[in-house]
Write a protein that binds this ligand. Structure first.
Ligand code: TYD
Length: 219
């Protein structure tokens, strides 16, 4: 059991063997993570793959808001994402427990999603404060793509439409991501940020990422 006191300890710390995938909706992060998981399984490496919103009860509430079946204030949604992240990082079987057992952890979305998406609909200071208790990854892949192409992919995928899935909103999310990543690029040199051109083929992207992560976890 990891106590919440650890949150202070890990405050803006950069954590080894922790890798985050971020990007607009429809950029292919989930596809890439599945591919990497297969490769790691083939070489029998200790890794853990996970995603936000989680499958936990906290994540289920978030999903209901995203699908439009439950309506809450934007500030409440920001708090729900942070609560889900708290469970994801510090809860039973959470990211921290996997890292502490010596695995590399890969997550599909993390604090940067909240900073990019929620800052557009509520006070950025609230979003920043809610996300301060979370450590940073040592490696961040940002999947970049033209928002129009990303939305075409989302709509041909055919899943139920979520509240953020419009080209106009995604354009604003992209601008926000770029601003946030520029900021971290200068203030947190220990966190490596890799921009992925998400318009490239699945295979090209996998090879590129694999070459950077295949030796994880580092001792
Ligand atoms: P995701 O699961 O990546 O999308 P999909 O269901 O299409 O696979 O993420 C769900 C949505 O939640 C996506 O629009 C991004 C948004 N999101 C936030 O707004 N803030 C957050 O903190 C997170 C983790 C996701």
């Amino acid at each position: 059991m990891v106590s919440y006191q650890k949150m202070t300890y890990y405050y803006i710390m950069i954590v080894r063997n922790f890798v985050v995938f971020e990007g607009l909706d429809g950029t292919g992060t989930t596809t890439q993570l599945k591919e990497l998981e297969k490769r790691f399984r083939n070489v029998n490496r200790p890794v853990h793959f996970t995603a936000e919103p989680t499958d936990r009860e906290t994540g289920k509430i978030v999903r209901k808001v995203l699908s439009g079946s439950v309506a809450v204030e934007p500030e409440t949604l920001a708090r729900l994402f942070a609560a889900d992240r708290g469970e994801h990082m510090y809860g039973t079987d959470g990211i921290l427990s996997h890292l502490e057992s010596g695995k590399a952890v890969f997550t599909d979305r993390y604090v940067f999603s909240s900073l990019a998406y929620q800052s557009l609909s509520c006070d950025p200071l609230l979003v920043k404060t809610l996300n301060e208790p979370f450590p940073l990854p040592e490696l961040l892949f940002f999947f970049d793509i033209d928002p129009e192409l990303a939305m075409t992919r989302v709509h041909t995928r055919g899943a139920g439409k979520e509240i953020f899935e419009t080209t106009e909103f995604q354009q604003r999310v992209r601008d926000k991501y770029r601003e946030i990543l520029d900021h971290y690029g200068t203030t947190e040199p220990g966190m490596t940020i890799v921009r992925i051109n998400a318009a490239e083929s699945i295979e090209t992207i996998t090879e590129n990422i694999w070459s950077l992560v295949e030796n994880l976890p580092k001792l």
